[in-house]
Design a protein around this ligand. Structure first.
Ligand code: HEC
Length: 117
């Protein structure tokens, strides 16, 4: 009986800790969400970010047939909303990660109209 209780306490503690961590992350992103006053540049911020984090898979070479080609501005702009969504949810980059600042830069760039700026 004692063992069962102890395990129960550990599981509870783990889920509480886990949810705190999750909330913290969401809050950080939310705080960042208000900071879109500065224009985010495609050429100097978004393009290098994609080149560094997405190109191994999104380079249109056919090895990842379901990974949309992200080599050109037009291809990125065409699915800008989806790119925002998968980076906000941290589904992408697969096998990697972006900083909160980078995720926020993408969000702001998309919200500002996904300009070729
Ligand atoms: C290690 C390989 C890899 C990396 C790195 C990667 N992706 Fe992907 N991505 C994929 C694959 C494979 C798919 C298609 C299957 C899927 O949706 O999981 C995909 C799908 C997508 C989709 C389409 C999702 C949908 O619902 O149709 C978007 C948008 C995307 N990736 C954006 C990005 C961005 C932006 C980056 C960089 C920040 C990135 N990915 C980095 C492999 C990768």
């Amino acid at each position: 009986m004692k063992h069962v209780t102890l395990i129960g306490v550990i599981i509870m503690a783990m889920s509480v800790l886990g949810s705190c961590e999750y909330n913290y992350e969401e809050e950080t992103l939310e705080m960042g969400n208000t900071e879109c006053e500065l224009a985010v540049s495609y050429a100097s911020t978004i393009r290098p970010l994609i080149d560094n984090n997405c190109m191994p898979c999104h380079n249109g070479d056919g090895k990842e047939p379901f990974a949309p080609d992200l080599r050109t501005y037009n291809s990125v702009m065409g699915i800008a909303g989806l790119i925002k969504e998968v980076t906000q949810s941290r589904r992408m980059p697969k096998e990697g990660s972006l900083s909160n600042e980078e995720i926020n830069a993408i969000k702001c760039w998309v919200d500002q109209g996904a300009l070729n700026n």
